[in-house]
Design a protein around this ligand. Structure first.
Ligand code: NAP
Ligand code: GCO
Length: 265
């Protein structure tokens, strides 16, 4: 086995919404494996925060302000990256939002907003990079899915609809562009400790653990929340030549949640 198949030397990787959290950890791993990092975030403050965090790790990242739901802005960004950095080899659709609101109380505007960021934006970003990938003869697209690509739960109707849709967009990009040597796969993180899930881990007034925190630990065979580092190896694999015949797959990195019926009483 040629271990260099896992190398990302000479590749340009664009990770959306990667100033911190899961996107940042994936970008850090890609840089460690030799890739040049491009990231965007929604405002200059976040981009600056990201640039400082990358610099602290010794990574020279290229950061841009871009709202991934804005097709014109995304097309302009990809053009700029091609001029300033080069053709994107790897796209990670990471930017995402969640609204935890019971469905019967959720406004259609909130529902649409989640679908826009978590489903429409991955379409917009993938569409923007695919033509140059076809021309170059290869490309990797990785969509950050979720447990909610498979499961439902109270209050996350829009998020589950979007992440379920993202799973099928992944399979469709594979179906449509596999013969162009483009691989599109997903990563389905389990419950990962990031700012997005911080409200689910908040300590109670009496200092005890949040009931949802206890629930997740009991639902996870690994017996713990994931951390962002848990996603790094799988993300490198799906970006590298080592996964060239893996296409349309969702790799769940969940400590075993999807395999488990739950603790018996
Ligand atoms: P996060 O901490 O909230 O980071 C997401 C990033 O995307 C933030 O920097 C966010 O900016 C940015 N973003 C949001 N809307 C954007 C837009 N329109 N354009 C550009 N950037 C935008 O989330 P995370 O926990 O690292 O999650 C990253 C991805 O993994 C998401 O797709 C999420 O759904 C998914 N995921 C997370 C978990 C988990 O347990 N944490 C599990 C499964 C899947 P703001 O800070 O301004 O919002
Ligand atoms: C929630 C969580 C989840 C996770 C993740 C699970 O409220 O249930 O935020 O949706 O973020 O996507 O894979």
């Amino acid at each position: 086995m040629n271990i260099n198949a896992f190398s990302l030397e000479g590749k340009i990787a664009w990770i959306t919404g990667a100033s911190y959290g899961i996107g940042f950890a994936i970008a850090e791993a890609y840089a460690d494996c030799g890739a040049t990092i491009v990231f965007n975030d929604i405002n200059q403050e976040l981009v600056d925060k990201g640039l400082a965090a990358y610099a602290e790790k010794g990574i020279k990242a290229h950061g841009y302000v871009c709202d991934v739901t804005d097709e014109d802005a995304v097309q302009a960004l990809v053009k700029k990256v091609e001029e300033e950095v080069g053709v994107i080899d790897i796209l990670v659709n990471n930017a995402g939002i969640i609204r935890r609101i019971p469905m019967h109380e959720m406004s259609a505007a909130d529902f649409r907003k989640v679908i826009d960021v978590d489903l429409n934006a991955p379409f917009i970003c993938a569409k923007a990079v695919i033509p140059a990938m076809i021309e170059k003869g290869h490309g990797k697209i990785i969509n950050i899915c979720s447990m909610m690509s498979e499961l439902g739960r109270e209050t996350v109707s829009a998020y589950a609809a979007a992440k379920g849709g993202l799973k099928m967009l992944t399979r469709n990009i594979c179906s449509e562009y596999g013969e162009k040597n483009i691989q599109c796969n997903g990563i389905g993180p389990g419950y990962i400790a990031t700012p997005q899930t911080a409200p689910l881990r908040e300590r109670q007034a009496d200092g005890s653990r949040h009931p949802f925190d206890q629930f997740i630990v009991s639902k996870t065979p690994a017996g713990r929340w994931g951390n962002t580092e848990d996603l790094q190896g799988p993300a490198v694999f799906l970006a590298s030549d080592a996964s060239d015949f893996v296409n349309g797959h969702i790799l769940y990195v969940d400590g075993g949640i999807l395999a488990y019926i739950g603790k018996q009483p």
